[in-house]
Design a binder for this molecule. Structure first.
Ligand code: ADP
Length: 361
C-alpha cells in the first residue's frame, strides 16, 4: 500500500505535429495511502489518459508519477504493482474465471501453486463468485463479469487500484448496488484507489475526495461536499450537482447585480469581496431557490415567477420557472418537495437567498 503522487504530469499526443493534443496539462495531486479518489469530468477531459499514464499503458510527456517513494514513470506496467479494472472488464475469453484470476499471480509472482489456489478461492468467496470459478466469461452476466474483473485485481494484492468507468456497462439498479459494494470493499481492503467516471453522481457518492478535470486541467480537488458547497470556479459549480446550478450573467455596479431578468442587491461584505469585477455570474443551486405562493410585497431577493414545467423526480419536483417580468427569458430551476402542489402556469414567488448565492467573475 502506498500513496500515489502526480507531479506536474503532462501528456501531449502527436507532440509538435499539426494535430497535437494536450490531453493532460501540468496535473499535480497526491492520492493518500488508502484513499478512494474519483477523477471526474466530461468526456475528453483527460481522465483515461491520466489513469493510463499511472498504469504505464501510456508514456508521460513531462512530470513525474510516484508510488510511495518510487518514481514509476519508466517502469513497465507489470513492475508497477498496480491493478487496473476496465469498463470492458477485459477478461480472457478462453480462460475460466479461476484461470483469469490465477493468471496475474502466476505471471507476476513465484507464489506456490497451493497458495495461489487458496488466494483465488478466498477472493472469489469475498466477491460472491465462488460458484462461478469453472465458467468461462461468456457464461456470465455483465454483473458477474464485473465481479470477476474486480476479483482478478484484488487477488493480486496490489499497492493501488485504477478503475476506468468499471460500472458503466451495468444497468442502473445494479450500478447503484455495485457502487456501495465497491466502496465498502475498497474501505475494507484499504488500497489506494483512483476511480475514473464522467458521472458526477457516482463521484459524489463514492469518493473520499474528487478531482475535477476540464480540458486536461485540474479544476479542484476536495471532498464531495467541498466541491459542492465551495466550488473553485464556474466549471466545477456547473458540473457538480444535479440538476445543475442556475447561472445568471450580470453586470455589476457597486453592490448591485443587473441581470437580463432582474436586479439583485448584494450584502456589502459580499460586494467588496468582488474587488473591481464588473462582469459577474450569479449562481444558485436549484434546491436553494425558495418557492412559495405568489405575493404582492416582494423583497429585494424575491421575484414574481410563472411555472413553465414541473418535472417530478422521486421525492422532489424540479420546477422550471420564468421571471414574470421577462416572459421571453430563459427558465431556471427550483427543486421543491414532491408533496407541494405546483402546476405549469401557476404564478409563484421565488426567493434567491443572499446566503445561498455563488459568485464567479
Ligand atoms: P476522457 O477519458 O476524459 O474521456 P481521454 O483521456 O480519453 O479523455 O482523452 C483526452 C484527450 O486526448 C481527448 O482530446 C482525446 O481525443 C485525446 N486522445 C486520447 N488518446 C489519444 C491518442 N492515442 N492519440 C491522440 N489523441 C488522443
Amino acid at each position: 500500500m502506498a500513496e500515489l503522487t502526480l507531479d506536474s504530469v503532462t501528456k501531449v499526443f502527436n507532440d509538435g505535429g499539426s494535430d497535437e493534443v494536450v490531453a493532460v496539462d501540468d496535473l499535480s495531486m497526491g492520492i493518500e495511502d488508502g484513499e478512494f479518489l474519483v477523477l471526474v469530468g466530461p468526456s475528453g477531459c483527460g481522465k483515461s489518459t491520466t489513469l493510463r499514464m499511472i498504469a504505464g499503458l501510456e508514456t508521460v510527456t513531462d512530470g513525474e508519477i510516484r508510488l510511495g517513494e518510487r518514481t514509476i514513470n519508466d517502469s513497465s506496467p507489470a513492475d508497477r504493482d498496480i491493478a487496473m479494472v476496465f469498463q470492458s472488464y477485459a477478461l480472457y475469453p478462453h480462460m475460466t474465471v479461476r484461470e483469469n484470476m490465477r493468471f496475474g499471480l502466476e505471471e507476476s509472482t513465484d507464489m506456490p501453486d497451493d497458495e495461489i489456489r487458496s488466494k483465488v478461492e478466498g477472493t472469489a468467496a469475498m466477491m460472491g463468485i465462488e460458484d462461478l470459478l469453472d465458467r468461462k466469461p461468456s457464461e456470465l452476466s455483465g454483473g458477474q463479469q464485473q465481479r470477476v474483473a474486480l476479483g482478478r485485481a484484488i487477488v493480486r494484492d496490489p499497492s493501488a487500484f485504477l478503475m476506468d468507468e468499471p460500472l458503466s456497462n451495468l444497468d442502473a439498479k445494479l450500478r447503484a448496488t455495485m457502487r456501495t459494494e465497491l466502496q465498502r470493499l475498497q474501505a475494507d481492503l484499504g488500497v489506494t484507489t483512483v476511480y475514473v467516471t464522467h458521472d458526477q453522481t457516482e463521484a459524489m457518492t463514492m469518493g473520499d475526495r474528487i478531482a475535477v478535470l476540464d480540458d486536461g486541467v485540474l479544476q479542484q480537488v476536495g471532498t464531495p461536499l467541498e466541491c459542492y458547497h465551495t466550488p473553485n470556479n464556474r466549471f466545477v459549480a456547473g458540473f457538480i450537482g444535479e440538476p445543475s446550478m442556475n447561472f445568471f450573467p450580470t453586470a455589476r455596479s457597486g453592490d448591485t447585480l443587473s441581470a437580463e431578468q432582474f436586479t439583485y442587491p448584494l450584502p456589502e461584505a459580499v460586494a467588496s469581496s468582488l474587488g473591481d469585477a464588473t462582469e459577474v455570474t450569479l449562481g444558485v443551486r436549484p434546491e436553494d431557490v425558495e418557492v412559495r405562493p405568489a405575493v404582492d410585497d416582494l423583497g429585494d431577493h424575491d421575484f414574481a415567477c410563472v411555472v413553465d414545467v414541473v418535472e417530478p423526480v422521486g421525492e422532489s419536483n424540479n420546477v422550471y420557472l420564468r421571471f414574470a417580468d421577462a416572459p421571453e427569458g430563459e427558465t431556471f430551476i427550483a427543486t421543491i418537495s414532491g408533496m407541494r402542489n405546483v402546476a405549469a402556469g401557476d404564478r409563484v414567488g421565488a426567493t434567491i437567498p443572499p446566503s445561498a448565492i455563488h459568485l464567479f467573475d
